[in-house]
Structure formats: C-alpha cells, structure tokens
Design a protein around this ligand. Sequence first.
Ligand code: NZQ
Ligand code: ZN
Length: 381
Amino acid sequence: MDNFIFQNPVKLIMGKGMIERLSKEIPHESRILITFGGGSVKRNGVYTQVKNALKDYKCVEFWGIEPNPKVETLREAVKLGKENDVNFVLAVGGGSVIDGSKLISAALLTDTDPWNLVLAGKRVRETVPLGTVLTLPATGSEMNNGAVISSKVTEEKFGFYSNFPKFSILDPEVTFTLPTYQVACGLSDTFVHVMEQYLTTTRQSRIMDRWAEGILQTLIEIAPQIKANQKDYNLMADFMLSATMALNGFISMGVSQDWATHMIGHEITALTGLTHGHTLAIILPATLRVLKDQKADKLVQYGERVWGIKKGSIDERIEQAIVNTEEFFRSLGLTTRLSEEKISEDVIEEVKKRFDARHVAYGENENVTGEIAFNILKTAF
Ligand code: NZQ
Ligand code: ZN
C-alpha cells in the first residue's frame, strides 16, 4: 500500500424528504446563487421543495447549465452572482450542474476568466461555499472536489479541481423521474469509476479491493432490478450511495489508479457530444483488451471475485471477464462500439493528434499515449 492522506469533509445527508434540511445547513444571512440545469427539477417537484426550504433566504436563480457544462454558460452565472453579491452557491441537479457550480464558486472570487482557471490546471482553494442537492447518481461530484468543464468554442473538455461541497443532499426519490438512458449512463459511469481505481494491479490493498468489488457486485445486482422498477426506493438508494462511494476517495486509498478510459472518453464527448457514461461503456472493454497483459493478474481476480469465473486457462478467464463487462453495459441498453454510434475514424485520428500534441501518458503505468489511445479506439470501433 502506498502512503496517502485522506480527508473528505462533505456532510452527506441522505433520505426521503431531506431537502427540507437546507435551512439547517445554509447560514441564515446567506445570499444564495441557486444553479439549475434545463428544467427537470421543475417537473419532478425538486424545485418546489428547494424553494419551500429556502423561503426565508435571499436567493437568485441561474438556469440552463447544460450536460457537459460549458464555460460560455458558466460565465453568465458568474456575472449574475457577482451582480448580486452572493456568498453561497447551491447546485440543484446532476453532475453537470454541480461541476459547473464548482467553477462558478471559484470564479466568483476572482477576475480571472473561468476558462483560464480551468486551463491553469491548479487546484483553486479560494471559493464561495457550495452545497448540493443531487438529482442524478453517477459522477460522485457531490462528494469530491473535482469537476469537468467544456468549451463550446474550442470543443475541449478538461478537469478542474477546487474545494469539496460543504454538504450534499441525496434523496433517492428524486431519481424516480430520470430518463432510462440517464440511469444506464449513471450505472455505467459508476461502474467505470470503480474500475479506474481497481483494475490496475493486485496485492496493493485487500480492503480497497474488497470495497471496490462490493460496489461492482452491488451494481451488477441492482441494474436489472432497476430496469424492471426504477421507482423502488431501496434500489435507487443503493444506486445513489454506490455512485457517491465510487468517487469520493474511499476506494482509492494507497492504490494505483488508471483513468485512461475517462481521459479518452472526455475527448469523445468533446468531439461528438456522446453522453459521458456511454463513452465509458464503449471504451472500457477496449482498454481492458489492449492492456490485458499488464492488467492480467487483476483481470483474473476481477473475473473470479466479481463474475465468479473460476474455470479455464488464464487467457480464457481474462477474455470471459472482458466479455462479461461488455455484456453488462449492453444489458443496461447501451451500445459498446463506436461504429454503432456512427462515430467516424476521423474522431479517432483527432484524439490521437490531441494526445500527441499534449504529450500525455495516462494509466497506472503512464503508458497510454496517443498511440495506445489510438489502438484502444480502433479496438472499440
Ligand atoms: O438539465 P436538466 O433538465 O436537469 O436534465 C438533466 C440532464 O439533461 C437530466 N436529469 C438530471 N436529474 C434528473 C434529470 N431528469 C429527470 N429527473 C432527474 N432527477 O439528466 C441529464 C444529464 O444530466 P448531467 O448532470 O449532465 O449528468 P451527469 O450527472 O451524468 O453529469 C455528467 C457530467 O459530469 C462529468 C461528466 O464528464 C459530465 O460532464 N463528470 C464529473 C465527475 C466529477 N465531478 O467527479 C467525474 C465523472 O467521471 C464525470 O466526468
Ligand atoms: Zn465518469
């Protein structure tokens, strides 16, 4: 196990009706900027719950943070927040609203353009306090300090790091209205977050491995049941908590991490608009195939402990584990090949060009260069 420092200060508030606790969590003198997406919260009652809880507060609302939040939109929110001298930001929505709000919280305290904050690649520690009401289990943004921000103009998508939210409210009932496709993408995103921190090498930490395997097994168990009944409270509660636990640092203590699938996925989203979790369902099986030699021991462990694969040669067991992974994504209703989404070879070339120009090398062994990413995308074709 490698040395590590772990600290996660987010207060997690989970359960039915918990949105009303907003007034207990946000200081009463606050001037709040409430941020929203495109309007799903108006249709499912979340907006009314938030407004009721905050009826005694001074609030200003910003609407329209889109999926894969665009800096062009976020600049407008920063402007509104500055005009109203806000001192608290409340994000109400999925990962995109929360991610966008992390950048807004940082940009409110500086004259630097938000895109330059992203491009600087440095964690911003001076931010307006942020709280969240999560409506979509997937990203873990509610309990981490990361965000992913896009630019419409340059068709780029990059990570951004700042402070953790002060609190996050997770009411599983708000997920009942999610479109089936978003549920599938959320399950896929959660699954791949675990895999990025688990499917590297063996013998680093028994406890991290088993927590990771526990989340994967939970997802495999609940996915078909959620498909049958998305309004089952306990199923959606397990989904929500799995997504949060998958990317809040709890399963990455002292172990190697990969993240190559995500980095390639971000480029695919930036260039084609394909939803984040869906890009991962396409790329992860190909990443495992291309890197199966370096990941062999862990693939065998994963196959045995998560999928119960105990027979066959090492090669057969590895192949079966990868096939099961791809079939899991297909069982969610997602395609798993670029060609099925009509993504052209030009996009593959462009990803390679970008990675080459940035001289990147991702993955636990820092060997996923433009060339390897190209092979992965060809394999995913
Ligand atoms: O905008 P509205 O109208 O609210 O609709 C949204 C949106 O269209 C809808 N939705 C959300 N909750 C709903 C709902 N519809 C009905 N009922 C509800 N309860 O779902 C659509 C997608 O929302 P979005 O927030 O974009 O999805 P998600 O949570 O998957 O976030 C994706 C973004 O997060 C980034 C991704 O790259 C992407 O930009 N990620 C952030 C991470 C992080 N901060 O740590 C890590 C992840 O790997 C990921 O990269
Ligand atoms: Zn993700």
